[in-house]
Design a binder for this molecule. Structure first.
Ligand SMILES: [Fe+2]
Length: 193
């Protein structure tokens, strides 16, 4: 097994410890969406896709929403902490320094994007929220929190990713209704596109 595959295995092992039931599937699914959006995605980007939410996997030290008034500040701290956790895993697996640096940088910016690879990661993550997380999030959090989270996620999608999300069909009709409300919410419209 090469160093990259070894690191991917270790990342999945850590994420399997998350108490959030959708986390392992979301990690795999974000990587799958990344490769659908960009079949030639590099190794650093693939590692970042798998590891971007690794902060949530370790209950004792994860960044907690309740410690932040502002949702974006919470998400930025979550992303920074994820990169801090990823770094020693990549070193222990012998991943080359430049690939490790780039994977950690991408995890740090995965919520906001900002360059071509970071934007791809943000899209893959956001599509995957709608693809696999949303129904479980709804079960746990209920209508109004799930709608808030989904609006936040929908606003950060590129036009290309929005087309993909618009075509998702859920088993539960209530989730389809929630998605339609999010899509038609005026605050979620793309300006100038
Ligand atoms: Fe995520």
């Amino acid at each position: 097994m090469n160093n990259i595959d070894y690191a991917k295995e270790k990342i999945c092992e850590v994420i399997s410890g998350s108490r959030v039931p959708e986390d392992p599937r979301h990690a795999d699914n974000t990587l799958e969406w990344l490769l659908r959006l960009e079949p030639d995605a590099g190794e650093a980007l693939q590692l970042a896709a798998l590891a971007h939410d690794i902060d949530r996997a370790i209950e004792e030290i994860k960044v907690r929403r309740t410690n932040f008034d502002d949702y974006d500040a919470f998400k930025a701290a979550h992303a920074r902490h994820g990169a801090e956790l990823l770094r020693p895993i990549l070193s222990a697996c012998g991943v080359a320094g430049d690939i490790a640096d780039e994977a950690c940088r991408l995890v740090t910016v995965h919520e906001v994007g900002g360059d071509a690879d970071a934007d791809l990661l943000k899209d893959a993550d956001s599509i995957s929220y709608f693809d696999v997380n949303l129904p479980l999030y709804y079960q746990r959090e209920g209508w109004s929190e799930t709608k808030r989270r989904s609006l936040w996620g929908y606003r950060r999608l590129s036009a290309r990713a929005r087309k993909i999300v618009k075509n998702i069909d859920y088993e539960e009709e209530v989730i389809n209704r929630l998605l339609r409300e999010v899509i038609h919410d005026k605050s979620a419209q793309l300006y100038g596109c």
